[in-house]
Design a protein around this ligand. Structure first.
Ligand SMILES: C[S@@+](CC[C@H](N)C(=O)[O-])C[C@H]1O[C@@H](n2cnc3c(N)ncnc32)[C@H](O)[C@@H]1O
Length: 206
């Protein structure tokens, strides 16, 4: 709970308010270039594509996708995240907006690719199906989805430690529910994979 409390501040459930703390922590504990580089490869982002990053946080993945020549938009409900993303990673081909996955203020069929990294477990459970429906709505027919989240730790000790630091959201993160929900939202060709310790991913096509 300690880490969770330190990062969230006084925000709605799931929203990470302490953007600089999150940026510093992820830079410290994750090999971001490798981890997010893998996500860009899995999403197969191509020059000229329009890419939406949902729950973008400080925009590391959004910016990496833009470096592939895509025009990228990052959306997150935390104003502090969006401000930090704009400051660190804002550029002509990389824009950031405040918004929630379950009610995107974006037109139908306006993106070629939707990505979302480590944000699904932050979206409140009652609106998670609505979030996947929104991902489907904003993708063009044939558009691609890549959702990545943290798999729960395997061992009991690790589970206990993660639970003590971050709470239930990561110690028992039900990543196996993502693929069925993606299918229920209308996506096809749904596949999933895992790269331990940090990555469970689901890919699909509209
Ligand atoms: C663990 S962070 C991941 C940030 C970024 N994608 C990354 O990989 O570093 C989870 C993000 O989800 C955001 N979030 C929380 N509730 C959300 C919602 N309803 N819709 C979209 N994003 C949400 C949080 O504010 C936070 O920035």
């Amino acid at each position: 709970m300690v880490l969770q409390h330190l990062l969230h501040g006084h925000q709605a459930p799931g929203v990470i308010g302490r953007a600089r703390g999150y940026e510093a922590l992820t830079a410290l504990v994750l090999n971001r270039r490798r981890l997010y580089g893998r996500l860009v490869t899995l999403a197969d982002i191509r020059p000229g594509e329009r890419v939406l990053d949902i729950g973008c946080g400080p925009g590391y993945l959004t910016a990496l996708a833009a470096r592939k020549g895509a025009h990228t938009v990052g959306v997150d409900p935390a104003e502090s995240m969006i401000q930090l993303a704009q400051r660190l990673r804002g550029a002509d081909d990389c824009e950031f907006r405040v918004g929630r996955a379950e009610s995107l203020d974006l037109p139908d069929e306006s993106f070629d690719v939707v990505v979302s990294s480590f944000a699904v477990h932050h979206i409140p459970e009652p609106v998670r199906a609505a979030a996947f429906a929104e991902m489907h709505r904003v993708l063009r027919p044939g558009g691609r989805l890549l959702v990545a989240d943290f798999p729960p730790p395997r061992g009991r000790v690790a589970r206990h430690l993660i639970g003590a630091m971050t709470g239930e959201a990561m110690s028992a993160n039900p990543v196996e529910r993502i693929a069925p929900m993606v299918g229920e939202a209308g996506f096809t060709a749904v596949t999933s994979g895992e790269h331990r310790p940090f990555l469970h991913h689901v890919r699909a096509v509209k």
